[in-house]
Each structure stands twice: as C-alpha cells, then as structure tokens.
Ligand binder design. Structure first.
Ligand code: ADP
Length: 189
C-alpha cells in the first residue's frame, strides 16, 4: 500500500478487489450499454445484485437511450456492496494503441467520475484501473493519465474528498501505478 496526502485528501494505491472496499463510492469501468459485462463490471453487478442493473436500465431509458458516451459518468446505488454508490464510467477502447485522443477520453472518465461524486457530496471514492483490461490501453500511460487527472482534481477541489484510492487487481499493475506516482511527486507536479 502506498499513501500520500494532498491537502486534506489521502490518495492511496492498494492491491485488491474493488467489490470488497468500503469507500462511499466505487467506480465501475463500464461499457456504453450499462448492462454489465466482464472484468470489474461483471464483478460489481454479480456481487452487488439486481438493484444496480435496475437503475442502469432506468438511466438508459431516460438520460442515455443510445448508451453512455465514452468519458461520461453516471451514478447508481451499490446494492449489496459495502459502498453506498457505484459511479459508472466508460473509458476509451485502445486495443493496444493509445493516442492523445484516448488519453483525453480516459482523463474525462476519471474527472467526470470525481465531478459526479462531488455533486453527491461523497467523501471517499475507489477507482479501478479503467481501460487497462478488455479495452487494452497501455498500463503505464493509463496510470499517468489516471494519477495526474486525480491529483489535479484534488488540487482544484481541496475541500472535497477525504480519500481517493486506486484498487488494483494485479500486483504488476499496482507496481506500475506506484512507480508513476513517485515520478509525478518527484517532478513536484
Ligand atoms: P476495461 O474494459 O475498462 O478495460 P476491465 O474490467 O476489463 O475494464 O479491466 C480494467 C482493470 O480492472 C483491469 O486491470 C482488471 O484487471 C481490473 N479488475 C478486474 N476485476 C477487478 C476487481 N474485482 N477489482 C479491481 N480491479 C479489477
């Protein structure tokens, strides 16, 4: 586990399963359908139970009939999970190629998730490593985008969050995030 304090907000990196954590909100690396899928998405819906999907169906019927666009975020209940809310966002599909466009969309996914958390007065949020599973974005590049976006948001919204954590499913991904965080801190970014 790695932890740094940015103003009053603790930013931490842990190895773990995001369906097990007790932050007020967890972020789902969803797909535009909001109807569930593999990876984190599948784990959240299967452990959280049907009340999450029920709200997702409602969102599709009202706010996003064509699906949730890449980079946007919506919020639902968290069913049987310890968290109170699930924030569903859609990261870019890279399939191995990550240009500026994918980086911007990934940054939007993190920023819009934090924005919706702030609007709901949520004090603690957990993120998975969005787009680095089925969507195959480069993990090192994704970690830079993820951490820089979150750190910028914390600096621009200093009284908003007590804790933001990245819950990384694999040790190698955790190590890359840890390395990137150190690089960013050394640059006194
Ligand atoms: P995407 O489609 O955005 O790439 P995935 O769910 O396929 O999303 O993968 C995103 C990341 O989440 C991957 O690094 C994957 O290993 C990780 N992951 C999968 N299940 C979990 C889980 N239960 N908790 C945390 N991270 C998870």
């Amino acid at each position: 586990m790695k932890e740094v304090k940015i103003g009053k907000t603790t930013l931490s990196l842990i190895v773990g399963d995001i369906t097990e954590v007790d932050t007020e909100a967890i972020v789902n690396a969803a797909n535009p359908t909001l109807m569930g899928g593999g990876g984190v998405d599948g784990a959240i819906h299967s452990k959280g139970g049907p009340s999450i999907l029920k709200e997702c169906i409602q969102i599709r019927k009202t706010l996003y009939p064509e699906g949730l666009p890449t980079g946007k975020a919506v919020i639902t209940n968290a069913g049987n999970l310890k968290a109170k809310y699930v924030i569903h966002t859609v990261g870019p599909i890279c399939n191995g190629v990550m240009t500026e466009k994918e980086k911007e969309l990934l940054s939007d996914a993190y920023r819009n998730s934090l924005l919706i958390a702030k609007q709901h007065n949520i004090k603690s949020v957990s993120f998975p490593s969005i787009s680095t599973g089925a969507y195959r974005c480069d993990i090192k590049e994704s970690s830079k985008v993820a951490l820089k976006t979150v750190i910028d948001f914390i600096k621009q919204n200093p009284d908003t969050f007590d804790k933001i954590q990245f819950v990384l499913f694999q040790e190698n991904i955790y190590k890359l995030y840890q390395q990137t965080l150190e690089e960013i801190l050394n640059e006194s970014y």
